[in-house]
Design a protein. Structure first.
Length: 436
């Protein structure tokens, strides 16, 4: 692949021109640590009593946003990027009072995890974000905090950042929070709950999307000593008592792994990702089994996942509600299948960095692929992509998934490739390392 500057401005790199592989890859690939686990572990370690060491940390825009916000709060941090570790001096649940201003940049997990954490302190706190994130919803967590007596005042559009928060509100911890748009609202409330005097009891009315991410949240909490229970009716009960500092290892990112595993399936090559196996906390490890349904050979072991492309892919009809971050990856694989692929259960990803359903369909059509937008997903009919420039909408997953098309066919360019820095800064370098 080659990086090109915009011809009209001569400015910074704005597009990446993909070059197809001459030979199928045969590689072991180390992918970055999980963004989702990193930001959960940082919040928990910050609230814990004593010091914690986090190993395998992801250093990317989303996690740097969390680190920056915690530093603004006065959390002691010792960061070793070369060792991929962070040592955190816990606050023992005592969040420093404001006035403080915190910037979550473009990070959804940072925004939705920090708001309940700030509600533990007296404030005032101004929680703000980059303009693109100000369009994303925050109402469920704001409404939940108001149920707890926290003062929340949006200084712009209702239900969006920026907002001023002043806590700690009442001690009574029982509320309802919808989780049909994002599970991050629920996860953020759970993460701070052990530091509340009475803990917290949360009921989720209606659908709970991305359930594996909530399971991940409770697993990280328990690793630091929290007591949390989940009932069959989606009621979560968190006991008070705080967290204890510990040493915690963060898994490789399963969403990031989906791209290199898909590369193997698309090109008929072999890719193994070490450190990510059947016991993963991340639901997205299940993407490998979707590739198996499509015809790839998959080895999901205790300590690795491996995909071997067979040169034959068939379409699938699949509900990706529990692994929605891989929907765009699957769209790229579906292009090279022998029959159509329908992805269902992902209507809520319209509220991510962009409307991911519409963006996928729009960009596939731009490349000459027949794709149909549906209420809760999309339909992709296979074909041969024609040359074209893919718009990425400031969405890292659009860039990473559509780059895969260029491993098979010439002429695919990715606009704004730098957006991958949100979760996978070295993505294009890693993808190029598969070439042989």
């Amino acid at each position: 692949m080659t990086l090109l500057a915009d011809d009209s401005t001569g400015g910074p790199v704005q597009r990446c021109s993909m070059i197809p592989f001459a030979h199928p890859p045969d590689a072991e690939v180390v992918v970055p640590g999980s963004k989702s686990i990193t930001n959960r572990a940082l919040v928990v370690a910050a609230l814990a009593a004593g010091r914690s060491r986090l190993d395998g940390v992801l250093f990317a825009d989303d996690t740097e946003a969390m680190l920056g916000a915690l530093a603004t709060l006065g959390v002691p941090l010792e960061v070793d990027r070369s060792a991929r570790s962070v040592t955190v001096g816990g606050l023992d649940g005592a969040v420093p009072a404001g006035p403080l201003e915190l910037d979550v940049r473009l990070s959804g997990t940072t925004a939705r995890f920090l708001a309940p954490l700030l509600a533990l302190g007296e404030g005032p706190y101004l929680l703000d974000a980059a303009p693109a994130f100000r369009r994303r919803p925050m109402a469920p967590v704001f409404d939940a905090l108001r149920q707890l007596g926290v003062q929340v005042h949006e200084t712009g559009a209702p239900g969006h950042l920026p907002a001023r928060l002043r806590g700690p509100g009442t001690d009574t911890g029982a509320l309802e929070v919808p989780a049909d748009v994002s599970s991050q609202f629920l996860s953020g409330l759970l993460l701070s709950a052990p530091a509340r005097p009475d803990g917290l009891r949360v009921r989720v009315p209606g659908a709970l999307v991305s359930r594996p991410y909530v399971t991940m949240t409770t697993a990280v909490m328990r690793a630091f000593g929290a007591r949390v229970e989940a009932d069959d009716d989606d009621t979560f009960t968190v006991a008070p008592g705080g967290y204890r500092g510990t040493t915690y290892r963060i898994e490789p990112d399963a969403s990031a792994a989906s791209y290199v595993l898909a590369a193997a399936a698309i090109t008929g090559g072999r890719v193994r990702v070490p450190g990510l196996g059947r016991g993963s906390l991340q639901g997205d490890v299940g993407f490998a089994q979707v590739l198996a349904r499509m015809g790839a050979t998959v080895d999901l072991a205790d300590e690795h996942v491996e995909v071997q492309g067979t040169g034959r892919l068939q379409g699938v009809d699949v509900d990706l509600s529990d692994l929605s971050d891989t929907a765009q990856t699957l769209a790229a694989v579906a292009v090279f299948a022998s029959s159509p692929t329908r992805v269902r259960g992902i209507g809520f990803i319209r509220h991510k960095e962009t409307d991911r359903v519409r963006a996928v369909v729009t960009e596939l059509r731009r490349l000459g692929i027949d794709a149909v937008e549906e209420d809760d997903g999309f339909l992709v009919r296979p074909g041969t992509p024609r040359p074209g420039a893919v718009h990425t909408y400031e969405d890292h997953r659009m860039a990473m998934s559509f780059a895969l098309l260029g491993l098979r066919v010439p002429g695919v360019e990715i606009l704004d490739p730098g957006c991958v820095a949100k979760t996978f800064p070295d993505y294009f370098t890693v993808l190029e390392s598969l070439r042989r």
